[in-house]
Ligand binder design. Structure first.
Ligand code: PXP
Length: 248
């Protein structure tokens, strides 16, 4: 099976900085450390309320990284212009509500077709690889194709929050969605809420090419350091991929 790329989301380094309004800790420094530890890409979400990552962070990430930057963004005029200026390798379009603690579900690409279509087209024309963060439903995957997005990121948040039979049911939806999406020619990514304990079954889904992981890795870095937390995640992903079983 192909090796999965690991995108490290550094938003929550900026969350700690913003908790005090200080200049540290610097998320760009974390991104460079993640790059040195073998991350295949860096993900950052510039939220409308700038609660963690700032415009200046995106500027510096664009200039200083040697690995691809994946900008997570809401489909707004403001973010559209910022993305066109920053020209990240990829832009992942996510739903965004001001009052949410984190991204709470996938984008409704099927219902928002007319709103999303010009943004997806314009980012694509600027050479930015567009990804849509969606639930693993056929209607959403079909909508991604009709919008012309080359990539989808399947939302794993509900899987991460569930347990037992419910988690297995959601895992099956993710497996079926990944297979269906790949059969349509979409590149399949996944992310949200992934940890050492729940990553293996997701990494074993053969169609998945990239995982984006942040909150857990940054939290774990408090105890073992960022490089170690990334390296351990990398090993768990590679081991699961090699065995193909996804057994934890
Ligand atoms: N992928 C997307 C689209 C996200 O919005 C997020 C959270 O910002 C992640 C991945 C990473 O999720 P987590 O921080 O829970 O690992």
């Amino acid at each position: 099976m192909t090796r999965i790329r690991l995108g490290v989301n550094i938003d929550h380094v900026a969350t700690v900085r913003e908790a005090r309004g200080s200049a540290y800790p610097d998320p760009v420094r974390a991104a460079l450390l993640a790059q040195a530890a073998g991350a295949d890409g860096i993900t950052a979400h510039l939220r409308e309320d700038r609660r963690h990552i700032s415009d200046g962070d995106i500027d510096r990430l664009s200039k200083e990284l040697n690995i691809p930057l994946n900008l997570e963004m809401a489909a707004t005029d403001e973010m559209h212009i910022i993305a066109l200026n920053a020209k990240p390798h990829a832009a992942c379009i996510v739903p965004e509500k001001r009052e949410e603690i984190t991204t709470e579900g996938g984008l409704d690409a099927a219902r928002q077709h007319n709103h999303l279509s010009p943004i997806v087209r314009s980012l694509g024309a600027a050479g930015i690889r567009v990804s849509l963060f969606i639930e693993p439903d056929r209607s959403q995957l079909d909508a991604a194709v009709s919008l012309g997005a080359p990539v989808v990121e399947l939302h794993t948040g509900a899987y991460a929050n569930a347990e037992g039979a419910e988690q297995q049911r959601i895992l099956k939806r993710l497996r079926d969605g990944a297979a269906y999406g790949a059969s349509l020619g979409l590149e399949i990514h996944a992310g949200h809420g992934l940890t050492y304990d729940n990553v293996a079954p997701i990494a074993a889904i053969p169609e998945i090419r990239e995982l984006n992981i942040g909150h857990f890795l940054i939290g774990e870095a408090i105890f073992i350091g960022l490089e170690n937390s990334i390296r351990r995640m990398r090993t768990l992903i590679d081991d699961s991929r090699a065995s193909g079983s996804g057994a934890p």
